[in-house]
Structures are given as structure tokens and as C-alpha cells.
Design a protein around this ligand. Sequence first.
Ligand SMILES: [Zn+2]
Length: 261
Amino acid sequence: MLPEILTVAEEYGITFNPRYLGKKETLCKCTFCEEDSKPGKGSKYYLSLNTQDQVYKCWYCGVSGGVLDFEAKLSGISYNKVREKYFGKRKKPVHPAESLNTHQLRLIGWAEYKRNDRYEFKMNRESVLRDWKSYEHGELVKHFALFMVVAHIENQAERQNELLQYVIQSCHKTQIYLLFNRLLAEYMKDEEERTSWAKEGTEIGRAAWKVSLSTYDFRMEKVVCNVVFLYHLLVMDQMKTPIKAGCKKEIVVNDKMSFAN
Ligand SMILES: [Zn+2]
């Protein structure tokens, strides 16, 4: 059965305008554009939920759709997975590229393509999936590296917590399902036991840690910048010499190198 849009909104902690609660149209803060959360806009509520038709629309950014799509967007879970949650499994298996939601497709540059021509999109499903996998791999590596750096900070509990919050937020933005949980699971393993992306992340994290230590600069934007930079070094390196199985790669970082200035 189709879920109630209000219940879904409540589940994801959406802020309602109390004046509209229980009405056919419920207004609330838009978590997609967050325009109504900007300073001075406390009294504005741009996201409208229609509790009769179970549809939503933001009067500011224009995002709109049905309740299943709403839950998919809020959770980062694909539309098909959400549908499955309420209606059970489809008989015919869907191609993984088809279960990527609009947010996810936008991140890899395929959203508009799908909207414009579904048939063409279908023909290019393998490329879409390849792009998603490569995006996912990159984000996993970078976030793992970031997490490693944060995990190694000692004697600065407040700073560490602040950085951790950043990492969690950033994980959500990637639209990769359970990304943070996957980081944690890999972190708990011994280094040799980790999957390949976590191993790459470990190397980058280690190098980024060295840079931060040498400059004693643990500001998040600096750490992120180092991680991204080092990741691209690694990618360029891999393009030059494909890694053979079991061959350990070492990222060389000049300790005097400063990315700061
Ligand atoms: Zn909006």
C-alpha cells in the first residue's frame, strides 16, 4: 500500500508549519533547496505536501513528485527499492542503471539524458552503470581517506567531532546508499583484509595525514583539499601503470610540500 506522505515526511524529520497540520495541503521547510532555511526566512515554508493525492512540490525550487519518489529523494535509496519496500519485489529484474534515482543520475551527468530520451538511455545503460561504479569507487576512496584522517586525530575531541560531522554530511550528499556504514565496516577490519577501495583510501589517508601533520593544519577544507589532490595523483598514477594484483602502491609525499599556500 502507498505510504502517507505526512508519515514519510515525519520519518525524515521535516519541519512543518504548525498552522497547516491536518489540512489537505501541509506546508513545510524544503530540504532539497533549503531556501526557506536561510536567515530571515524563518516564516517561509516552500515545500507543499498534498495529503490527499500524496504528492509534493516545492514552490521555490520546483522539485515535485509522488510519495515514493519523495521517500527515495529523502533517503537516497533508489525509487525501485522504495517501491519494493511497499509493494514487494518486481517479477522482472531491473537493470541496475534503471534503479539509479534522479539525484544519483545528476551526479554522474545522466539525469537530463534519461529525462529527454528513455529509449536512448536504455541503450546506454552499460555506460551509465560504468559511470556510476567509477563515481562510487572514487567517493568511497576519498571518504575512507577522510575518515582515516579524522579517526587519527588525538587530544582534540571537539575538533574531531566537528570533522566527523562533516564526513557524515558529506557521505549523505554522495547519494551512495549506506556509505558511512560501509566506511565503518572497512575501518573495523585489519588493513590487509580491507577491500580494494578501502586499501586505496588507507594509502591516501595516510599521505593526507602526513601533510596535515607537517603543516599542523587540520581544518576540514584543507584536509579535503589534500585528499582530493592525492586521489587525483593516485588516479593519474594508475593510468600510467595499471596496478597488478598484489602489487602494493605507495604514494610519495614530500613532507615539505604545502598545499596551503
Ligand atoms: Zn525547494
